[in-house]
Write a protein that binds this ligand. Structure first.
Ligand SMILES: [Zn+2]
Length: 261
């Protein structure tokens, strides 16, 4: 599951290559839109919304795509060989004079009227990397279910949009509580939201999801991916389990208080 900052970066690259350019080829390989002809239309902009990508196209159209588990948009120069996977995994192709964007393994490829974008993304909570990030609204949504485990609540894009499992684990560590801690029992929800915004913003234009401030391989995270290794902060062996429908959870039994499985 990509984190919001990954989608943000992919979107920025697509925007830089496609915005303002006329589509010379366009191919949506999903039954509902296989016959849609977008060639000759100009791409206006590509914007992220949480983990959703919105490609706005002249004539009031928006191509809505989502990466889910392992989808990705790859960008190639015109004439360059496509290397993102076998042809049957290609769901969308948008070509301009200089670039071709190829969408591999996209579970969502939907062409809709730009005026109807809310249908696709209206259910999402405030976007951590959006121009209108609204921490108070995210707090209000989280507080609606105070009994819910924090890790799971952070992953629910209806509360706030952009957090995947790396950040869900890391933010629990930074807050000093386990992922199973009820949202309502967390003393510093505002501080946690400010931190979420800060770490995603810091990572939005680089590879990786650095939460420690240390960009060296193996040192980028406090707990995520470090099960059974010593806690960087206190040396205690990190523990591992699953949370939120079988996603990996790693925590430090010394630095993080709260319930565990
Ligand atoms: Zn520790």
């Amino acid at each position: 599951m990509p984190e919001g900052d990954t989608v943000y970066r992919a979107t920025a690259q697509l925007h830089a290559a496609l915005a303002g350019q006329v589509l010379t080829s366009a191919d949506l390989r999903v039954p509902a839109h296989a016959t849609a002809d977008l060639t000759g239309r100009r791409v206006l902009e590509v914007v992220p919304h949480g983990k959703h990508l919105l490609t706005r196209i002249e004539g009031g159209l928006t191509l809505h795509t989502h990466l889910r588990m392992d989808g990705r948009w790859a960008l190639y120069r015109a004439g360059e060989r496509w290397t993102g996977g076998p042809a049957f995994q290609i769901r969308a192709v948008l070509g301009t004079e200089h670039h071709t964007a190829v969408g591999y393994r996209l579970p969502v490829v939907e062409l809709l009227r730009t005026a109807d974008e809310q249908r696709a993304v209206g259910h999402l909570g405030p976007d951590l990397l959006g121009p209108d990030w609204d921490a108070a609204e995210a707090r209000r949504r989280l507080a609606e279910r105070p009994e819910r485990p924090l890790g799971e609540a952070l992953l629910d894009q209806r509360n706030l949009a952009g957090i995947g499992n790396v950040y869900a684990n890391e933010l629990c560590f930074l807050a000093g509580v386990t992922p199973w801690t009820p949202v309502g029992a967390l003393p510093g929800l505002d501080r946690l939201l400010a931190r979420a915004h800060q770490v995603l913003d810091a990572n939005k234009l680089r590879h990786g999801h650095v939460t420690t401030g240390d960009t060296r391989p193996g040192r980028q995270h406090w707990v995520y991916g470090r099960a059974r290794r010593p806690c960087t902060r206190c040396g205690t062996t990190l523990r591992a389990a699953t949370h939120a429908e079988d996603r990996p959870a790693t925590w430090c039994p010394h630095c993080q208080r709260g319930p565990t499985p």
